[in-house]
Design a protein around this ligand. Structure first.
Ligand code: MV4
Length: 518
């Protein structure tokens, strides 16, 4: 058999997910000689993950509660398919401790961390407390949920404004409120509570000192049941829009070998503090003077895992399967990592011209870039329908170069070559970002898009005229490129070839724009 060593206990994995991550896990299984079982909603009958899996089971109606979040139906599919393990992907049930328990109770292997690790890290105060005990740096903040707003304010004022109120059950920015003066304290707590209650059915909130313009740097870890844990370097994920990551890269320009080693140690301490098993990510904020602070731990495989795979040479899905399905695990060697530089661009079915409104529909043209240093993790094919019910990410483009500037150039070329018609996508938005001198210079902080692409933000902040000019220029630039009338040349056979949107004034788009001089 031409396969890598299969974990002893896993023969058939049900993937409780859809889209590109379901496809990614199917590929990981196939490499290890493991059969895959897809599940699908009525909206996904013809989806790529269903076509690629060895087996497929329908779950029911499209709404997530009736399909990809429906625990009884998923367990029933696993039983019917004779699966021996379940991989949750990310999102949906991936960080649901109750689901992890139910999987084990059904006699199945859960390809993820123990339920208690999920629930501990899901409680942001419990996570902070554990990390303080483990001796890792944590942002100054409350040591429990806010009960008495007045005494909490007295404490917070010692740390100093600005302060951020966060949901205990939160993560991802939901229920977050920045407070800049005492007068806003009570209203901010009330607003954060309301939002937290709506989003998590848990209105507990806590406070932290708010760091301005930090970088978001996270550490990938792998841990096994026998207490072995390794860190697989960092990912920089500061380029995000309204708490949705847009571009991720590894390594981070802000991390040197010494800082990498210290952050790696803190991440391993986080994993050990909660008895972590499998692949996980420890998020840190890195402030402007190079100090880092624990933020939260994500107890799942993440969307941005491919950049780590590329610079470490480690197949993270295969390692997840080996850790879950073998008693003994040999950690992969990292002696050559990080090697080169990888960047991931998330391609969303969203319209940047229309405040990033989701753009569902049928993909009429789908043509992926290829060539050296190019990887595409996609959940679609030409003819796919993008349903309205789920996350609108359709593909991830991951590029590699020997250094960051080569990776950016590879990204520019590959984005140029990525053609999707029938729906709006964020492909051109990515090109605008990587052409920005501050991106090229590596000045990627979490306020990058809000500051430099103001026209894309409803709640713009800052008021410098220069920023206004940049935003207007960006908007005009986009309009010209996307709104230009399409030339329809003849292909010489009397037939008309349509280059839908890809000819501007007879010059192929992009050819005169790289490298950019500002
Ligand atoms: C912060 C912060 C500054 N100071 N906490 C946003 C999502 C959630 N995971 C935590 N977030 C933040 N927490 C303190 N004490 C700034 C952010 C933040 C952010 C973090 C990572 C990536 C993008 C961000 C964008 C805005 C705010």
């Amino acid at each position: 058999m031409m396969t890598a060593k299969r974990p002893a206990k896993i023969h058939r994995v049900l993937i409780a997910n859809r889209g590109e991550i379901a496809v990614r896990v199917i590929r990981g299984c196939r490499r290890l000689g493991i059969e895959s079982v897809a599940v699908y909603s009525d909206a996904d009958r013809a989806a790529l993950h269903v076509r690629m899996a060895d087996w497929a089971y329908g779950l029911g109606a499209p709404p997530p509660e009736e399909s990809y979040l429906n625990i009884p139906k998923i367990l029933e599919a696993a039983r019917a398919a004779k699966a021996d393990a379940i991989h949750p992907g990310y999102g949906f049930l991936a960080e649901n401790a109750r689901f992890a328990e139910r999987v084990a109770e059904a006699g199945l292997i859960w390809i993820g961390p123990p339920p208690h690790a999920i629930s501990t890290m899901g409680d942001k105060i419990a996570a902070r407390t554990l990390m303080i005990k483990a001796g890792a740096p944590v942002v100054p903040g409350s040591d429990g949920p806010i009960t008495d707003a007045k005494s909490a304010l007295a404490q917070a004022e010692k740390a100093g404004f600005p302060i951020v109120i966060k949901a205990v059950a939160g993560g991802g920015g939901k229920g977050m409120r920045v407070v800049r003066e005492a007068a806003d304290w009570q209203p901010s707590i009330d607003a954060a509570r309301r939002e937290a209650k709506g989003a998590f059915a848990d209105d507990r909130v806590y406070w932290e000192k708010y760091l301005e313009k930090p970088r978001h740097v996270e550490i990938q870890i792998l841990a096994d049941r026998n207490g072995r844990a390794i860190s697989l370097n960092e990912r920089e994920c500061s380029i995000q829009r309204r708490h949705q990551k847009v571009i991720e890269e590894s390594p981070s320009v802000a991390v040197n070998p010494d800082l990498r080693a210290r952050m790696g140690k803190a991440a391993i301490a986080a994993a050990e503090s909660c008895g972590y098993v499998g692949a996980g990510t420890v998020e840190f904020l890195l402030d402007t003077d190079g100090k880092f602070y624990f933020l939260e731990m994500n107890t799942r495989l993440q969307v941005e895992h491919p950049v780590t795979e590329w610079v470490t040479g480690v197949d993270l899905v295969a390692e997840q399967l080996r850790i879950a399905g073998d008693d003994e695990w040999n950690p992969p060697s990292l002696s050559h990592a990080p090697f080169g530089h990888a960047i991931q661009f998330r391609i969303y079915a969203e319209d940047p011209q229309n405040n990033f409104l989701p753009s569902p529909g049928t993909i009429s043209t789908y043509s992926e870039p290829q060539g050296p240093g190019v990887r595409v993790d996609s959940g679609v094919y030409q003819g796919s329908e993008i349903p309205i019910f789920y996350d609108p990410m359709v593909a991830k483009l991951i590029v590699w170069g020997r250094d960051r500037s080569e990776a950016v150039a590879a990204g520019n070329a590959a984005l140029e070559e990525f053609h999707i018609d029938g729906i709006a996508t964020t492909i051109d938005f990515h090109r605008q970002i990587i052409h920005h001198p501050e991106f090229i210079a590596g000045n990627t902080t979490t306020d990058f898009i809000a500051r430099h692409f103001k026209s894309t933000e409803v709640h713009a902040d800052g008021d410098e005229p220069l920023q206004q000019a940049v935003a207007v220029a960006a908007a005009l630039y986009t309009r010209r490129r996307v709104g230009q009338a399409t030339r329809v040349p003849s292909d010489g056979n009397g037939q008309t070839t349509r280059y839908s949107g890809w000819l501007v004034d007879g010059r192929r788009r992009g050819t005169d724009r790289w490298p950019v001089r500002f």
